[in-house]
Design a binder for this molecule. Structure first.
Ligand SMILES: [Zn+2]
Length: 381
């Protein structure tokens, strides 16, 4: 069968790596006697992305599948104690007492109870009407439906979120996680829990693969999914006898280039003015460094009447800079003696170059370097 593109990284091909010949079409609904005649097994093909390693199956359930589901809620003492501790640890570790915490896919509100007991102010979102009604009966504030990339939730933004045993069901991984992210305060903390792929692999559990779960996260691919959607992963580990993979995250913003944009013209202005002032005083100006940084500043400053451009790399000598069209020359004691000021643009080597100018070349003129603005070396001027 043809390979499909990976749901997680979108670039790799997901090839069939496991075939289960006889699988139930879904595992939520047990059948009535009259349904038996129409029921038959399906072939389940599990795929692995050759590029990012994400394990997945194509969705076979229809879009309304979770509108009315009612998963058996656990009354297991072990599970209740696990969830209670998990909720308390999460609220305490991230100081969420009195803060707004969302559970995406909150089911019957059982975990919201634990979060509330731990001191959080809790909200839920849940597609299943039957589950929602139980959670509402428990006096929780629960919004209906699915989290999508565009959706603004009524009670947001939230200081924290939890989503447990949900992400493995969601074909739109990025839409779901982006949707959560957009309803959070900056720096909000989150807990994500999914079944562990590592456990399925370790125990050869072919029976862990079924149509309700379209995503099978390892700790690595869980980290990847979260990182791709605006979360910094603070911790990721197996829990509950290694059955679950859990990640703790913080919502982060992409780096801002606004500061660079604001000051980019300032440095260019400084350079242009410095060269102009020096020339007006009858002095000569050199630039040291014909690498990327040097070429960029010369181009953006619009300097084409530089007196000397030097670089240590012999491959550059005799060539001209783009845009500014300045000849690149070899540094020599004589050429350096003839200039009054030198602007160092090779920033990674600035200390070495400065020491060489003051030492080996005995240069006593002005030395300037690039900063937010043009900066002058201490022992100059
Ligand atoms: Zn992939």
């Amino acid at each position: 069968m043809k390979n499909e593109s990976c749901r997680l990284c979108a670039h790799g091909e997901a090839e069939v790596t496991l075939t289960i010949g006889r699988a139930p079409r879904n595992i939520q609904n047990l059948l009535r006697k009259e349904d038996l005649e129409r029921d038959n097994a399906i072939k389940l093909e599990v795929r692995t992305c050759r590029r990012c390693g994400f394990v997945q199956i194509p969705p076979v359930l229809d879009d309304t599948y979770y509108d009315d589901y009612l998963m058996a809620t656990t009354h297991s003492v072990q599970m209740q104690s696990y969830q209670q501790k998990q909720a308390a640890d999460f609220v305490q570790r991230f100081e969420l007492v009195g803060k707004k915490v969302l559970e995406a896919g909150c089911g019957d509100g059982n975990f919201l109870n634990h979060l509330k007991d731990a001191g959080a102010v809790v909200y839920g979102v849940e597609p299943s009407q039957r589950f929602r009604e139980i959670a509402l009966d428990r006096q929780h504030s629960v919004e209906e439906g699915y989290v999508t990339a565009e959706r603004a939730l009524r009670d947001g933004p939230f200081d924290g979120f939890v989503t447990r045993q949900v992400l493995e069901h969601v074909p739109e991984i990025h839409g779901f996680l982006t949707g959560i992210r957009r309803n959070l305060c900056d720096g909000a903390f989150g807990l994500i829990e999914v079944p562990s792929l590592e456990k399925a692999l370790q125990d050869h559990r072919y029976y862990d693969f079924f149509t309700d779960h379209v995503n099978y996260f390892s700790l690595d691919t869980l980290r990847l999914a979260l990182t791709l959607n605006g979360f910094e992963v603070l911790d990721a580990y197996q829990d509950m006898f290694d059955e679950y993979n859990v990640a703790l995250v913080r919502a982060v913003n992409p780096p801002s280039l606004d500061g660079i944009q604001r000051t980019s013209s300032d440095l260019a202005d400084d350079l242009r003015r410095f060269v102009l002032d020096q020339h007006e005083d009858g002095k000569k100006v050199a630039v040291w460094g014909a690498g990327g940084k040097g070429l960029s500043v010369l181009a953006s400053a619009g300097i084409d009447d530089l007196d000397l451009l030097i670089d240590s790399d012999p491959h550059k000598h005799g060539r001209y800079t783009p845009v500014s069209h300045v000849l690149v020359q070899e540094p020599t004691p004589q050429s350096i003696r003839e200039v009054d000021a030198i602007i160092i643009t090779a920033m990674a080597y600035r200390n070495e170059i400065e020491a060489m100018l003051r030492g080996r070349y005995g240069f006593e003129g002005t030395i300037a370097v690039l900063g937010h603005r043009l900066e002058f070396a201490k022992d100059a001027l």
